[in-house]
Design a protein around this ligand. Sequence first.
Ligand code: SAH
Length: 541
Amino acid sequence: MKGKLLIIGFGPGSFQHITERAREAIQESDIIIGYKTYVELIEGLLTTQEIISTGMTEEVSRAQEAVRQAEQGKKVAVISSGDAGVYGMAGLVYEVLIEKGWKKDTGVEVEVIPGISAINSCASLLGAPIMHDACTISLSDHLTPWSLIEKRITAAAEADFVIALYNPKSGRRTRQIEEAQTILLKYRSPETPVGLVKSAYRDRQTVVMTNLIDMLDHEIGMLTTVIIGNSSTFLYDGLMITPRGYQRKYTLNQTVQPLRPHQRLQKEAEPWALEQRDDVKPLKNRTVTAISVKESPRELAEEALQMIVGENQGVSQDLMVKQDIQSIFELAVSPGVANKKFTAKQMMTLSEIVGEEGVMEYTQDHYIKLQILTSNPNEIVEKLAAASFLVAPVGDVLTVKACDFCDGEKKDSIPYVEELQERLGGMELPKELKLGVNGCGMACYGAVKEDIGIVYRKGGFDLFLGAKTAGRSAHPGQIVAEGITPDQIVGVVERIVQEYKQKAYPNERFYKFFKRVKQVQGFVHQDITPKIKIEAAACGE
Ligand code: SAH
């Protein structure tokens, strides 16, 4: 009778995380061979099996013994924690077999039974840190020269892998983790999230969330796995999350602009993709930068300097990572809220900034939308500001759309629209929101057709709320107040917008919100949407 070798990974340590096949394999074995602690962990599953347990460093003799017993016709289970193929017994057993001239078809049967490795079990307790390219590195220089381990840490750090460090430290081996930290700090920010998981899914499980610079202040031992985030890993509510992709946009006013799932899948959100560019260079990392619209070029330059010096943590983190890729910078430019006239010099500035590759899109929103591939959005903002452009973010933000006040002739309400732009323009909201302003009762720029419209007339403002701006059932906003005094109008609009910001569902357009809540700042919604009966098409089928 031929024996069989069952090389079993039993997962992190709890019974619930042992696979069905691993349980069966343990049951069907005559002998269990493993490191003492591991045998103890699965003791509850054993029945009549003979047990051969050895010390930790006796892996080779364990493998030899297993092969010897199998050759004598026994079914032998060799157990490893986690996965037997990850710094486990599988490779060693094969090495012993190969040395003896073993062949798959004629030699003893071998079955490797996969288990949940520490990288997976520990990641699950930390959140989702391994969502992007990751690697495991064992810091044990017991069987591997330290110079090689060093090389691997360097390469992984430079290539922005998420890294799971196995065997980080033991009573005797304490320097390795310190050396590893020093290498990692050359390539990653000190703030890089680090998770320390000890005894995952075992009795004395502990989970510590720290960062690269502080990680050595916590206990790290033989039963710890250290997970180092990549340059986009972040902490959220005690969880360590690595986004599935890299941030692919710069935006104004926000440190990070999350791409919505449908945007992430769009080609244009991937400026680095091979198909998109002829001049592809090796992919490095992105820098996401917070830029404030209202700052002067000088202030912007100072802010940039501060980032380099590293006073601004959120941004310096990205600068620390010595990687730089171009991302799409998307923004809106216009000559002003009231001013509708571009100068020739402004057009030249635009053409210079946008260049051959950028996109300049004429939109229905009284601005030109720019999409520019850059690694230096600050410089772009500076140039636009120097050319007296109004620069604003795009996306789910508030946009002020005003008339030209008859070339500035009917200028009484201009200060209020400027104040509205100053206070509310670019504000992040659950959904894009257009605030229309007209300087006289003609309302020729269609303010009443915007989400919120105000029309200046006879020294006061009429207020329109809840237009449905698109679709076959589009309709203007309802007039909810007339003659709001100029000193009140900015406050009234601001409070309406704030209420919408706080209470609307994500993605809920203002008209839907108004209809749902029925009352905003005391202004009552009336259900006056005309019921349209749609006739069958005259041309027939
Ligand atoms: N074959 C195992 C790894 C063995 S090397 C596997 O696939 O998981 C031993 C190292 O694994 C330990 O030093 C520790 O870094 C890690 N490890 C194994 N089990 C663990 C657990 N339950 N919790 C945390 N780390 C663990």
